[in-house]
Design a protein around this ligand. Sequence first.
Ligand SMILES: [Ca+2]
Ligand SMILES: [Ca+2]
Ligand SMILES: [Ca+2]
Length: 486
Amino acid sequence: MNTPVTTSRRNPRGSGLRAAAASAAAVALAATGLAALPSSASAAADGIVVQYRTSASGASADQSEPWLKVRNAGSSSVPLSGVKLRYYFKADSASAAYRFACSWAVKGCANITGTFGTPANPTATADRYLEIGFTAGAGSLAPGADTGDMQLRFHQASWASLVQSDDYSFGPDRTAYGDWSKVTAHVSGATVWGEAPGGNGPTDPPDPTDPPTDPPGDAPTLFDDFNYSSHTDPKIGANGWSVRSNPGGPGVPGATWAPENVTFASQSGNSVMNLETSTAGTGASTKHSEILTKSMKFKNGTYASRVKFSDAPRSGPDGDRIVQTFFTINDLKAPMADDYAEYDFEYLPNGGWGEPANILYTTSWETYRPDPWEAVNAHSEVRASYAGWHDLVVTIDDNRITYYVDGQHFGTHGAAYLPERPMSINFNQWLIDLQGQPSTTPRSYDQQVDYVLHVKDQVLTPAQVNAMVGSYRSAGKTFEDTVPGS
Ligand SMILES: [Ca+2]
Ligand SMILES: [Ca+2]
Ligand SMILES: [Ca+2]
């Protein structure tokens, strides 16, 4: 998408979420992110009861319509943002994609999230689940209270009819609300209501994509040490990269994305890529830079890169609201489409998005709507200088997204933010706006990138990442891509 965007909106090509930080929606979002972290609600959640009825009782239907209520039968208040519900079903084919919708809810559809996942141990009646979650805006359930009606539905992305008679959680006779143990409720990863389909309870063996005890030997991998001569080096395209030239957001309106601002230089025998952003204080003089994989084929697994952030321009006056990034992303097929996915490292050396100074964000996106702005994401942040080289790692398994900086845990975001579809891998540097430094004196900022590594479907520790990069280097291998296309 190349639609020009205002500075208060973001374009899915890049990442500019906190551009909307001033809006109430974004404030609610930040709260959502915090609530997605493990909460202490489990002690109070023993009394959670799930009630169910169907509004589409046919053996097959255009849409499945599980209507749900959550009741607090316990003795203390339960924050809904810590509660997840799972409705298990058998997919209509291995490749079938589903879409969630909320028709009406007492708590407000905007406070209810729906994502799809795959059980660790699929059964004949349950190889997918719909997971329902709540934003902070849904509030808490007092003892004895319930959520009221949640009129939910899902359908095939193709709108082909779906078969319900083979779905674990489906109750064709349940046309009025009643307790229903075939929809489970979870708090902080523990099952607090209902019975999961065979082999998917909380005490089951670890999922195969949970952290391996040994570094993987032959997992599909992308490694690139960015050993190129220039942005016109034909190896860049041959190795699957695109250096961006098409206009559009995010960032300063009228700015261009300059392929010539992506350069390569040897540092002690190791090739390093530089993304330069330059401006002389006007849209027309502003040049952003971005490199991204041409293929969206990356989903679960480990992503790692060594990136040098900078706090000051290479030349000229300082103060611009620059964004230095490493992220994965796919395309937003429709506003609030749940199969959108994005995972960001974003460093703002001079603040922006309402922040006065240095801040590093990691953000996991379920989805968003550009206009009017609404987003479903979770983020972690540290307000500090990150000038210099840093090891960035993000891992995605079937349960969570975990970020590390320099080997230290930086943030974990829950299952509601897991990717539904594969993504590209991107690096970019861009200016949020021109309000940080009003001067028209030319200046330019650098972001350097040493390497990128992706290991498909394997959760590596930061130490395992370093070991893998080390073995590529001792083998003299500067590029490998064995990740299959999707
Ligand atoms: Ca089915
Ligand atoms: Ca999503
Ligand atoms: Ca390198």
